[in-house]
Write a protein that binds this ligand. Structure first.
Ligand SMILES: *[C@@H]1O[C@H](CO)[C@@H](O)[C@H](O)[C@H]1NC(C)=O
Ligand SMILES: *[C@@H]1O[C@H](CO)[C@@H](O)[C@H](O)[C@H]1NC(C)=O
Ligand SMILES: *[C@@H]1O[C@H](CO)[C@@H](O)[C@H](O)[C@H]1NC(C)=O
Ligand SMILES: *[C@@H]1O[C@H](CO)[C@@H](O)[C@H](O)[C@H]1NC(C)=O
Ligand SMILES: *[C@@H]1O[C@H](CO)[C@@H](O)[C@H](O)[C@H]1NC(C)=O
Ligand SMILES: *[C@@H]1O[C@H](CO)[C@@H](O)[C@H](O)[C@H]1NC(C)=O
Length: 526
């Protein structure tokens, strides 16, 4: 199984089968013990009328992913990238023994909701004991922090940041092709997730939780103290990936060095911006440096008008590929507090949903793992270039594979419509398994990716829960950086966007089904 390079956005990402027939629970909808293939019990109309009921069933099964040796390691609290599934039965086969900061971010965002007492997070985590969810995740976060601190002791050269790592051993270590290297983008996702989580812990007032908040704050402060040293090269250049002189030397060792790999700079206006803001707020840079960073970023923020069939014009931010993954930043930083940005991103979901209707696609696109080759049980490769070519910088795209998690940015604006698209993809053969939704399917229905990962599942779950901006905002206000965030985000977007077209267009609902090419559902889920 190959490991993704941390290229810009290319990370971009023991159940028992319920024999019980699903029982409808009246108005709250959904069932206590939904069947593995519960999607067949929901018409599109039912989902639109009762999204919470559908969510109740969905979270139960997505939550089966949250198990030792499937998505995380109970011994050290660390995420695993995911697990491959048997092509016929859907039983777990090869565990991905590695992970990255981006997956850690999704895990911590989910836990933040549990700490704050979310019943939906508890439905995912501890469906039989919802009241136990907060303590459950706090135990994992205590263990996880110990593992981070141990990693820092063994590999102080990382300065607290994480590379792609192996997490199947008690103490984690860089995977072989990330020795002496560390990516910015994924760490930006992780750092703000930890930031929000600290606030949620503090809000409880519980002494054990407060102690944990303090310990994580200490780790975060350590990362802050190193961020410029490890990632900032001067002249507005933040490294995409930093080459470390020697990962076992401390950051202050006189022999230590930090260099941007291949002169690659993090200047994208998408999810990489999470890291940019972290550098800006906590890197101790001069105003001059910060202005240079934003000058370097400015050319990538581009206006596009979507036009296809009888839809459009609709004004959107140009995508790199227009993969849903690119929208990740809005789940963590409170971008939608800026009215212009919120309206612009709502337009993006008009485009995402309606483009699939106009082009007769039964789902939506996002960077995702390609299908499994049933002969070898190997995943064929990773498809970075999946989105909407007409509103993207990169127009050469592979548009044969759709993925459930493409719905997460739609869900942030409109749950019923986003879930209707999700349902439409789950109807495909093999698109549900013992761990919830399956990674991806071909539109022609001939193959699926028999894989379960944090990226393709928990991004959607976090969107259903509403992202973590409420806690991040609260802490930014307390830290006195909220106004500056709003100012920079507003300035960047309002210099490119003034009038938006297409705001009267309705989101579109799916109109096509995945072709039935006679695949068999996973036998352990039917
Ligand atoms: C695809 O596979 C890679 C490597 O296993 C994983 O990191 C990623 O989460 C998977 N899914 C997506 C949507 O990126
Ligand atoms: C989990 O995986 C480890 C190896 O990574 C193995 O030693 C252990 O037995 C597994 N545990 C379960 C419950 O399958
Ligand atoms: C990480 O390791 C360095 C070097 O040993 C140490 O100075 C620092 O305090 C550690 N950070 C944390 C958060 O423990
Ligand atoms: C890194 O440092 C360790 C400890 O000083 C040393 O054993 C190792 O050879 C160094 N590696 C390189 C590539 O210099
Ligand atoms: C995805 O897999 C299909 C085979 O199912 C292959 O033909 C195609 O080239 C792959 N696409 C990419 C981008 O890897
Ligand atoms: C894509 O972005 C790069 C970097 O900003 C730019 O130079 C190039 O012209 C863009 N291409 C298109 C087709 O927009």
């Amino acid at each position: 199984m190959r490991i993704n390079p941390a290229s810009l956005f290319a990370l971009a990402g023991a159940a028992t089968v319920s024999a019980l027939p699903a029982q409808n629970q009246g108005d709250s909808g959904g069932s206590d013990n939904p069947s593995c293939r519960f999607v067949f019990e929901w018409s599109q109309e039912m989902v639109l009328n009762n999204p919470d009921g559908f969510i109740n069933d969905l979270l139960y099964w997505e939550g089966q992913f949250h198990q030792n040796n499937v998505s995380y390691n109970t011994e050290n609290g660390m995420s695993y990238d995911g697990t491959q599934l048997d092509w016929v039965t859907g039983q777990r086969t090869e565990k991905h023994t590695f992970s990255a900061a981006s997956k850690e971010a999704l895990q911590i965002m989910l836990y933040t909701h549990a700490i704050a007492g979310s019943a939906q997070a508890a439905r995912f985590l501890t469906p039989n004991h919802p009241e136990a969810a907060p303590d459950f995740v706090v135990s994992i976060l205590e263990l996880k922090l110990q593992t981070y601190l141990q990693f820092n002791e063994s590999y102080p050269g990382f300065g607290g940041f994480l590379p792609w790592f192996t997490s199947s051993t008690q103490t984690i270590s860089p995977v072989w092709n990330w020795v002496n290297q560390v990516p910015g983008l994924d760490n930006g996702e992780l750092l703000w997730a930890v930031y929000g989580c600290i606030q949620a812990l503090e809000n409880t007032g519980n002494s054990r939780y407060l102690q944990l908040a303090k310990a994580w704050q200490n780790w975060l402060d350590y990362a802050k103290s190193n961020v410029a040293k490890v990632f900032y090269q001067g002249d507005g250049h933040v490294c995409s990936v930093t080459n470390i002189g020697n990962q076992t030397w401390t950051t202050i060792d006189p022999r230590q060095t930090y260099q941007c790999q291949d002169n690659g700079y993090l200047d994208d206006p998408y999810e990489g911006e999470l890291f940019t803001f972290f550098v800006q707020f906590f890197g101790g840079l001069s105003d001059e440096d910060i202005n240079q960073i934003w000058q370097a970023k400015a050319p990538q923020l581009v206006k596009k008008e979507y036009h296809m069939g009888n839809v459009g014009p609709i004004t959107v931010q140009e995508g790199y590929w227009f993969s849903s993954h690119e929208t990740w930043k809005v789940m963590e930083l409170p971008y939608y507090d800026v009215d212009l940005i919120s309206r612009l991103y709502e337009n993006a979901e008009r485009v995402r949903t309606c483009n699939s209707v106009v082009t007769k696609v039964p789902g939506m696109f996002a960077s995702v793992n390609n299908s499994t080759d049933p002969a070898t049980n190997e995943i064929i490769s990773y498809i970075s270039n999946a989105g909407i070519p007409s509103v993207s910088n990169q127009t050469s795209q592979y548009l044969q594979v759709i993925t459930p998690y493409s719905t997460f940015p739609t869900i942030l604006f409109n749950k019923p419509v986003g879930l209707a698209w999700l349902r439409n993809m789950l109807l495909g053969k093999k698109m549900q398994n013992l761990y919830g939704s399956t990674e991806s399917t071909r539109i022609d229905g001939t193959l699926v990716s028999a894989l379960v990962t944090w990226d393709s599942k928990v991004s959607t779950v976090n969107a259903i829960l509403g992202g973590v901006t409420q806690w991040v905002r609260q802490k930014m206000q307390a830290d006195g950086i909220y106004e500056e965030f709003i100012q920079y985000a507003t300035r960047a977007y309002s210099s490119v966007f003034t009038e938006l077209q297409g705001e009267n267009v309705d989101f579109c609902l799916p109109d096509e089904g995945i072709t039935d090419a006679n695949l068999e559902d996973f036998t352990w889920c039917n």
